[in-house]
Design a protein around this ligand. Sequence first.
Ligand code: KIV
Length: 295
Amino acid sequence: MSSPKITVPALRARKTKGPKIAMVTAYDATMAKLLEAGGADVLLVGDSLGMVVQGLANTLPVTLDEMCYHGRAVARAAVRAHVMGDMPFMSYQASPEQAVQSAGRMLKEGGFESVKLEGGADFAEHMRRIVACGIPVMGHIGLTPQSVHAMGGFRVQGREAGAAERLLADARILEEAGAFALVLEGIPSELGERITKSVSIPTVGIGAGPGCDGQVLVCYDFLGMYPDLRPRFVKRFAEIGDEIVKATRTYVSEVQGGAFPGEAHSFGTTPRAELTGNRPVIGSLPPGYGPASGE
Ligand code: KIV
């Protein structure tokens, strides 16, 4: 029997009941299926897709349409995991009305179950209005990548006392505005723990130390897809990047040397089965299409 869907109330309850929230990013159906099989609680379609999928320098050019496109792919694959989407740059900042319209589109067109937006007290009214429409919202404070130019780069935030107090106040204001959880990014561990203790909603850290109620990482980071990139806040739990390069080298060499395809991966003229063995990666086969077979 499959496990029950992870809902917003269930995520909120993790603050007191545990276990810690294990959140990862996902951008497509195949990866979403694998990450869910690994037990991820939340699949975040992050606007980080601008950097890791589209190869951009930052997240700013990502559009609402692009978020919805990736959201639909992930939502198709997720059975148990909660599916959340980032509100992209300038899809909510202009006004609370714009925020409500964009969040609504994300649920209707992107298949998301909640949205996440970056910013503190300045966006409390935006958050309040989205929440009033019945759309769950996660806040995101500290290092907010959509403000990369204002911050002068991807820099640790909240190191000096005044900035730390402002982040603490932001966390409380967002809680009061109806956020069901908060991402804390790129802040000192002590501040991560202090904020976590001062709000009644769960905090999910990325470079915010072990004192948060959960953690989030970009999937390509924790899977080790970038052999040359070693940010301090990332732990590599596998070296998939090296494996992909190794497997591709073997494939290239077998194609060029004539070892692939051999008999085992080819069809004969005598039909042992009509079907190729190909099938949809998500869901069951439509009637008349299966079962998959070897030949
Ligand atoms: O865009 C993203 O992937 C994120 C997480 C890393 C928190 O916002």
